[in-house]
Design a protein around this ligand. Structure first.
Ligand code: HEM
Length: 415
């Protein structure tokens, strides 16, 4: 009965977890209205999610080929969320096209390359903490802006081999992305600047190849057996990698710090060696996945699950947040933060199936290193805002804090 009434997805994401729980209660597949009045479906049941995400033939992310309303012009570029479906890179690609676009980027994300980054990530974190240590110990610091944001950004610069002369420009562009009060004109200029900076990077790396992700992608692209990307596809892929990799990582680090500051008993477990920072990272990903919903997929043919049919050509969102808090997977205390929970790794914070996050290993490394370094250096760090009531990102896709006020306290004196 209830399933016949579409649920309006809240564009502000004010309470993504309550929304996910409601969808889950209504069934594995629920009829919804997406922001902007676009009809569609939401998949929140974990079994249905696993089934659909493991089925790259019947499930597409390519609106140009498989979204009836997009092809017919009922939904156009005027839809405020159109950017999520109109970009054409691996994240929206289907079938062989997806393999072709993903392959050259994989060259840069091998386990060895990522593991080799650890000393650099540690050095970047230490450098940021040195800067914070200059501040008075009782000053209130926004740790999101001054640490959680800074570490992944600098790591991305190094991973991509971005020459130092472009760092200031990229910082400006990234800050623009973060600034929700930015004007349309400024946002457009930001995007022009981003394309120019990336084109400049490609030209520079062609002339000066080095041991970095951009050079690896260029080599894979220019290789006769490679994926033969056009110049635009290469730049778009680089931009995707660059943008997919920071806001999510910033959300993860800030949420983990916030949760640890609010749960001293959990902090004690790590400090006494009974749990590891890697456990904190996993439990944070489960409880507060930085990408709450995956946007947007399309049924290539009629898809029936548990008596509900998503008709061919219809769009649907997938609720990654739902999996992390599903009591069927995590028990009655699924909403509690418990870093020793055996099921902490059973989440879909990095997606599932062929679009599984390319940067998952790097993101885990960055978060674990950032947390270890922060709590080791400032053992008395404490929350300076209202615990559990900090302003959150206004989005049903991105899930994180907008600010994280803390008092760092004195730094640990090492002998
Ligand atoms: C905590 C940090 C991160 C989280 C939570 C995260 C989450 C995700 C999720 C959920 C997806 C799948 C989207 C879908 O299926 O609809 C995804 C895909 C992707 N992520 Fe991440 N991500 C993170 C960090 C990164 C980093 C550091 C990079 C790269 C430097 C990256 C690059 C990508 C790319 C390229 C894809 C698309 C893969 C494809 O379509 O084949 N991500 N990510």
């Amino acid at each position: 009965m209830l399933r016949q009434c579409p649920i309006a997805i809240d564009p502000s994401g004010r309470n993504v977890h309550a929304e996910a729980a409601r969808l889950r209660e209504l069934g594995p597949i629920v009829k919804v209205v997406l922001p902007g009045g676009v009809p569609g479906w939401a998949v929140a049941g974990h079994e249905a999610l696993r089934e659909l995400l493991a089925d790259p033939r019947r499930v597409s992310k390519d609106a140009y080929r498989h979204w009836r309303a997009w092809i017919d012009g009922e939904v156009t570029h005027a839809w405020p969320l159109s950017i999520w479906v109109s970009v054409q890179n691996m994240i929206t690609a289907y079938g062989e096209e997806h393999t072709r676009l993903r392959k050259p980027a994989m060259a840069g994300f091998g386990a060895r390359r990522v593991a080799a980054l650890r000393p650099r990530v540690e050095a970047v974190a230490a450098e940021r903490l040195d800067a914070l240590a200059e501040l008075p110990a009782d000053e209130v610091v926004d740790l999101r802006a001054h640490y959680a944001h800074e570490v992944p950004t600098r790591v991305m610069f190094e991973l991509f081999g971005i020459p130092e002369r472009s760092w200031a420009m990229l910082h400006k562009i990234i800050n623009g992305f973060f600034d929700t009060g930015i004007s349309v004109e400024e946002a457009r200029q930001n995007s022009v600047d981003l394309y120019e900076t990336m084109a400049d990077l490609v030209a520079y790396k062609r002339a000066h190849p080095a041991d970095d992700l951009t050079s690896a992608m260029l080599a894979a692209r220019d290789d006769e057996n490679g994926a033969r990307l056009t110049e635009k596809e290469l730049t778009d892929n680089l931009i995707l990698l660059f943008t997919a990799g920071y806001e999510t990582s910033v959300n993860l680090i800030s949420s983990a710090v916030d949760l640890m500051l609010r749960h001293p008993a959990q902090r004690e477990l790590v400090e006494s060696g009974l749990a590891a920072w890697e456990d904190v990272v996993e439990e944070t990903l489960r409880l507060e996945p930085p990408a709450a919903n995956g946007f947007l997929r399309f049924a290539v043919e009629d898809i029936e699950i548990d008596g509900t049919v998503i008709p061919a050509g219809d769009p649907f969102i997938v609720s990654f947040a739902s999996v992390g808090r599903d009591p069927a997977l995590h028990g009655a205390d699924a909403d509690a933060f418990d870093i020793t929970r055996p099921s902490r790794g059973d989440h879909m914070a990095f997606g599932f199936g062929i679009h599984y996050c390319l940067g998952a290993t790097l993101a885990r490394l960055e978060a674990a290193v950032s947390l270890t370094a922060l709590f080791r250096r400032f053992p008395e760090i404490s929350a300076a805002g209202c615990p559990g009531r900090l302003p959150r990102t206004e989005s049903f896709i991105s899930n994180g804090l907008r600010e994280l006020p803390v008092r760092l306290g004195p730094q640990r004196v090492t002998g």
